[in-house]
Design a protein around this ligand. Sequence first.
Ligand code: IVH
Length: 663
Amino acid sequence: MNEIQKRVAELTKILNDANYNYYVLDNPTISDQEYDKYLRELINIEKEHPEYADPNSPTNRVGGEVIDKFNKIVHERPMLSLANVFNEEEIKDFANKIKKEGFAPEYVCEYKIDGLSVALIYENGSLVRGVTRGDGVTGEDITHNVKTIKSIPLTLKEKIDIEVRGEIFMNKSTLEKLNKERAAQGLPLLQNVRNAAAGSIRQLDSKVTAKRELDNFIYYLPNPEDFNITTHMEALEFMKNLGFKVNPANRLVKDVNGILKFIAEITEKRAKLPYEIDGVVIKVNDIAMQEKLGYTAKYPKWATAYKFPATEVLTKLTDIIFTVGRTGRVTPNAVLEPAIVMGSTIRRATLHNEDYVLSKGLKIGDIVSIRKAGDVIPEVVDAKIERRTGAEKPFVMIKECPMCHTKLVKLDNQADYYCLNPECPKRNIESIIHYVSRDAMNIEGLGNEIVEELYNLGFVKNITDLYSLKDKKKAIMEFDGYGEKSLNKIIDNIENSKNNSLERLLYGLGIKEIGTKTAKLLASHFGSMASLMAASQEDLESIRDIGSITAQSIVAYFAHNQNLIEQLKEIGINMTYKGKIAGTNELVTAKKFVITGTISGFSRKEIKEKLESFSAKVSDSVSKNTDIVIVGANPGSKYQDALNLGITIWDEEKTLEVLNNLQ
Ligand code: IVH
């Protein structure tokens, strides 16, 4: 080693130690000025002697590497998610299930950090790759950005090969600071810490990420057996000793009471934490026990996430309005004074039906508490009766359709009211909107408002009218907002949609009980509209996954709509299935499969699709109903399950032989 190399090594050590002490241990050992001085010295040496610049030099912390796209990386072991529990009862259920398997584990309780998960791969103690979770199987390479996160070590205290996993997040104060800057620059504000962290890590230019001051906690070691580690607590300690930032709040508890105590404590302290958490993760401590408990396709069975109840916000219920759907169902909707709940603005919330509103005792003008159910759909929780002024107005369910004034009816004593007028303009508009929607005929350019306007102007009264829109171009252009160019585009899209495969049309017709999946099944089974229309109730029921209600609905629909189908056919709309027709194979058709391990030459998705195209069912877990378990290389616990239950097993050779014969 020459003098320059020695100095590089010295500076690297000083800077790495300083980073570690400051960002991981929260215990600064040198001043910012000193740090900057050493950093500048190292930057200068690297500039003059690029041959001595290590790819993991601490100078990377400021960013600089720019990539042109995110490369996809297949995780060596899938990155699983966690099942959720929402209350004490469900926590007890989780523990009871484990007890039933014959275990009485200790648990580790951890904060559920609100960020995004990352896999970090080190070779010979050096960070070589950082990968997002992606879909769990394949993630994106974010190495250049991960290197800018100062609490992630670039080199470990031991020169080992290891993968660890954890959460990248943004501290609350960082988001606040960032949003102040963005507001000053007139940029849109980042809605919450999770979006901010995810957006910051998905940057091509690592300089941008570096400025976002992201942080991390490491909470999972996928290969503990490689290091003779037998408990999760040991794994956490081991990772901490390597230089990773491990949350000091993690706690080993003896039983469910310990879990509940941990949750009660953190519920109190949560608001004061510098980072956002959305729950508590509960993990079985003993790793041998974890392995025995095993995994579903998505979750480990040895861990779960307790989610805090969604945060609620108070606002005013200014009105209750009614909407009519395609089927005629009338739904009351809350009109709310706009309020921000967990980062997004809520103005409306469905109130489902009359019974729902009455059970909540809502009055118009009430102060109500709202939240996002499952963190997504806005929901009115309850009315704050103590805040009533006397000016509130009672809710009255309408008796007539708000659009066509037909008397509303309840069907089979269900809670919902329906407008059964087939000529109801609102129903017709909604039917057309459904027909052109993305999963149906996918006619771009025809947004909801345009459909409604074209309907009200008399240009499109039903779906067949769409196809004569081209003859009404001039007349439409007389109205405001319709340029020739945009109209031509819409007309082109309508014309092109005539070539869609049958399942899109089937779904678009809005036949009761026919969602996208059933539409695909019917299209691939019958191949054409004519043979579907010729099918009897019995024929339909003999198809896997078609029950008698669906079969009845299909038969009834075609009995009443032959004219419409005839017209669509004359217009030139394709009535055949353009995908592959489902084949049959006695070894595969109607059999229930489970796949574990890898089969050379086929991805799991390809095997699944191939089997399904021969009407087999592929599920995620082995049960006594499973017919065949495909066992490839490196199988998981499903192999053992298959052996235990005595289920037929196909090895790679057998599987390949069958798959190659399926055509
Ligand atoms: S453990 C196999 N521990 O929560 C174990 N996950 O809802 C995998 N998360 O995808 C995860 N804090 O992104 C674990 N202390 C923690 C966590 C945590 C946050 C995230 C993680 C995971 C998601 C599941």
